[in-house]
Design a protein around this ligand. Structure first.
Ligand code: AMP
Ligand code: MG
Length: 494
């Protein structure tokens, strides 16, 4: 069966329930797109658990059909492929962008009624590709698959990864690499940069269309608010504050927090040069292109506020017809962000340290631990995990007098909780991961896949990362800290 684009549509019963809304917006929001024909699609990895959640029965298809489906060679019935228009501030500089290597197949309705974007990343050129080839390489797509699924397992809002297929065609970067396509599932792909796109065109009417669409889709609770755009802005700032706090609490460094990589839904999106911090250092940067450390670990909360300021600028005409008043309103909401962030972060830190009540000195107690960690290059993840049991003072840390002093102060604080310490430790283990995607383990898994076509290392890593808070046997290799972590570099997944 061929549709008007000439692509074959699946006469399937896989369970797709496309209910497209974005493609019904005015034409300027997107450009029709068509996944490129690829030579020899082959499935690299399929997320069976996510497929189940989405109500997809992929098991009934042959291996060839599954590969063709996730390579965009067979379109699910009901899909309507488009590339979305957006702009963005990249490292501070404004640019018009758009999906240059991603194609939105449409929105799928899950069995629980949720509407999710189904997007193919690396499926070929679109109207927005500029000089790019629209393609992606296997390593970066597996990397996004792995890290996004790890983030999900950690309980952090994120886009998901449904499948990666190889295309059987090379992509040319610094060298020739195997081409691949990732199927990404997201609450939506509306970015701060989507708003900037219309603001740059002085298209107020469509800014409102976009805001109303985003409100309906992600913030239905403010639809009927008397000042819906203000409440929408506040709600986005709130979700962003909560999200960035979650990143800080697990040591996640996004690496490229451009405004086009900040989703209005509050999900983590666009896994490029991201990586998890090992030793606690606020200036940790892994991305090779982030020479000034703009997106360093310790800068993430402030950069999120900077991005929200760019978002606020696009909303001004909706906040008040009097521009001065609108700016006042925008600044007021932005001004609430630091306190909001600290509230989320401190309550997360309290949980990480087993403090279920709140005391005035808690912030100081947390800060003095972090200062000690920074000074002694303590591993962020392992330190909090060690604190989550009696291990901390029986291990090597006990020999450090500064740590011992902090530990005894903290134990006194926990004593005032009036609950058995074992219960407090158990609550800590539920929020302090035993395992994170350590950079060297990620590289090892990707290298096996790329160099030897061996995905078993990746599967094992995914399995370990699926239950990050559980203590299990044989976890040690996943908890070890690489010796030369400071020189570790990540690259943009283009
Ligand atoms: P990213 O670094 O993935 O956030 O992408 C930034 C912008 O560059 C987006 O507009 C992408 O669509 C575009 N882009 C990245 N890689 C490619 C590529 N290989 N071909 C075309 N456009 C690309
Ligand atoms: Mg991006």
């Amino acid at each position: 069966m061929a549709d008007e684009t000439g692509l074959v549509t699946a006469d399937d019963n896989v369970g797709w329930q496309f209910d497209n809304t974005y493609s019904k917006l005015p034409n300027v929001f997107f450009a029709p797109a068509k996944p490129a024909t690829v030579r020899a699609p082959r499935l690299a990895i399929l997320n069976h658990r996510l497929a189940d959640e989405l109500g997809l029965d992929v098991g009934r298809l042959s291996a060839e059909t599954v590969a063709a489906l996730f390579a965009g060679q067979i379109l699910p019935s009901g899909s309507q492929p488009i590339a979305q228009a957006y702009a963005g501030h990249q490292f501070g500089n404004f640019t018009m962008l758009g999906d240059g290597r991603a194609i939105l197949l449409g929105e799928h309705r899950t069995p629980t009624g949720r509407l999710v974007d189904i997007q193919l990343k690396g499926a070929g050129q679109t109207h927005f590709s500029r000089r790019g080839d629209g393609r992606a390489a296997l390593g970066p797509m597996l990397r996004e698959y792995l890290i996004s699924e790890a983030m999900f397992a950690l309980g952090i809002p994120t886009t998901r990864s449904l499948a990666v297929v190889t295309t059987g065609e090379p992509v040319y970067r610094e060298s020739s690499l195997p081409g691949a396509i990732l199927t990404r599932v997201a609450a939506s792909h509306i970015r701060v940069g989507t708003f900037e796109y219309f603001a740059a065109r002085h298209d107020e009417a469509n800014l409102r269309v976009l805001a109303d669409y985003a409100i309906n889709r992600h913030y239905p609770e403010v639809v009927d608010a008397p000042n819906r755009y203000l409440e929408f802005f506040q709600a986005v700032v709130d979700r962003q504050a909560s999200l960035i706090a979650r990143w800080q609490l697990v040591g996640f460094i996004h690496g490229v927090m451009n405004t086009d990589n900040m989703a209005i839904s509050g999900e983590t999106i666009d896994y490029g040069p991201c990586a998890f911090m090992n030793a606690y250092r606020v200036d940790t940067v892994f991305s090779s292109i982030d020479r000034t450390g703009r997106y360093a670990y310790g800068n993430q909360p402030a950069i999120a506020q900077w991005n929200q300021a760019r978002f606020a600028e696009t909303l001004l005409p909706m906040l008040d017809s009097d521009q001065e008043k609108a700016v006042q309103i925008g600044l007021e909401v932005l001004g609430q962000y630091p306190a909001l962030f600290e509230q989320y972060w401190l309550s997360g830190m309290r949980e990480k340290l087993g403090m279920q009540s709140a005391e005035a000195g808690d912030l100081e107690l947390v800060q003095s631990l972090l200062a000690w960690m920074q000074k002694s290059h303590a591993d962020f993840t392992n330190t909090f995990r060690a604190l989550s049991s009696d291990d901390a003072m029986s291990g090597e840390l006990s020999g450090d007098p500064d740590f011992a002093a902090w530990h005894s102060q903290w134990q006194q604080r926990l004593g005032r909780e009036g609950r058995p310490i074992t219960l407090l430790y158990a609550s800590m283990r539920a929020v302090n991961p035993a395992v994170i995607p350590r950079n060297h383990k990620v590289e090892e898994a990707l290298a096996a896949a790329e160099d030897r076509d061996d995905l078993s290392v990746l599967h094992r890593l995914l399995e370990v990362l699926a239950t990050p808070y559980q203590a299990g046997p044989n976890l040690t290799p996943y908890q070890e800290i690489p010796p030369d972590d400071c020189s570790y570099r990540t690259f943009c997944g283009t």
